[in-house]
Design a protein around this ligand. Structure first.
Ligand code: XIL
Length: 323
């Protein structure tokens, strides 16, 4: 495969990258990020656990640095996330109902308000669908405000705080798990009917490289039927397998990975231009991946488009070609 030019130059839509403030001190990361991408999502810095303090205060020191990096480098900013089941914050635990609702609204108004005019969009609600795809997750927010209620409220509050931002419902495993994809689609339909100002649909695309060919394409088509902008919001494709006995050769896994990522890029390209919001990868170098952190990391996974030296891999060239 030929060497890649800047990835962003190949795409008729924004190409996004997640960033953490620590990476701004790494010249190799900065150079490759600026060269290839024109949109930045904070990997962690705009999440509730980072911004909201234990006593209900707001700390924007890190999130502001991400916004400044995007601005100074002429990149769009994309923000994540306002309401996420996984960010069950201690500040909300002992509040009575009225106070809970007031603090919920204040959180959204304060954070979305701060980046009003700076961010092009928000993941307003992240990962609402149950892991197995059977209904919605039970969480702190749904218990207090109702399963659809907490989402509808979040979208309404976000629209009031930042009327220009495109407001997304974001989730994962939608193509890997058809049941989960179907529940997501039904949820979007229901929330729209209830009047929630959903402006875009996010599919994280942490791809399972073993899923059958065609499934990604099918899901993308179904997603497109709402006519809303679509964000491939967190692409990576792990080479690791959950299967206990994994006898596939490394070469076969890379082939599977490439085929699924190409399918995703082509399915995205096949969307009507107005629906191609952005195509975002969840990390620059393989070594930057969240999949390479933590206890289960074997130091070998290569889920991203650039190698440890920030050189484009054949996977990057394949994506470039698909664009
Ligand atoms: C992950 C980040 O990569 C980590 O750095 C952070 O500590 C936890 O979150 N789905 C999402 C992302 O919506 O926000 C997650 O990002 C990855 C899975």
């Amino acid at each position: 495969t030929p060497a890649v030019g800047p990835l962003k130059a190949a795409a008729p839509f924004p190409v996004g990258l997640c960033a953490m403030t620590g990476q701004f001190d790494d010249p190799q990361w900065v150079a490759a990020a600026r060269r290839n991408f024109n949109q930045i999502t904070p990997e962690w810095e705009m999440k509730m656990e980072r911004i909201l303090t234990r006593t209900g205060g707001y700390d924007f020191s890190a999130s502001d640095r991400i916004a400044a990096f995007a601005r100074e480098n002429g990149m769009r900013l994309y923000a994540t996330t306002l309401i996420w089941y996984a960010q069950d914050h201690p500040w909300f635990h002992d509040l009575d109902k009225a106070r809970f609702v007031a603090e919920y609204d204040r959180w959204i108004a304060t954070v979305a308000g701060r980046y009003r005019g700076q961010t092009v969009g928000w993941d307003v609600v992240n990962e609402p669908v149950a892991e197995d795809g059977d209904g919605l997750r039970d969480c702190l927010w749904s218990r207090a405000l109702g399963q659809d209620g907490y989402m509808i409220r979040a979208f309404e509050q976000a629209r009031a705080a930042d009327p220009e931002a495109v407001l997304f419902l974001n989730d994962y495993n939608l193509e890997n798990n058809p049941r989960k994809g179907a529940t997501y689609l039904r949820t979007v339909e229901r929330l729209l009917k209830a009047g929630a100002p959903i402006g875009g649909l996010g599919t994280q695309s942490h791809l399972d490289i073993e899923i059958p060919a065609g499934r990604i394409t099918d899901f993308m088509r179904e997603l497109a039927q709402f006519g809303l902008p679509i964000h491939v919001s967190e692409l990576d494709a792990s080479l690791r397998s959950d299967r206990r006995l994994d006898t596939r050769s490394p070469a076969l896994k890379r082939e599977q990975q490439q085929a699924r990522v190409i399918e995703l890029a082509e399915a995205f390209m096949a969307l009507p231009p107005a629906q191609r919001f952005a195509f975002t990868v969840w990390g620059l170098r393989d070594t930057d991946s969240w999949l390479r952190r933590g206890n289960e990391d074997d130091g070998k996974d290569q889920p991203l488009l650039f190698d440890a030296q920030a050189r484009p891999k054949p996977l990057a060239a394949a994506v470039e070609t698909a664009f």
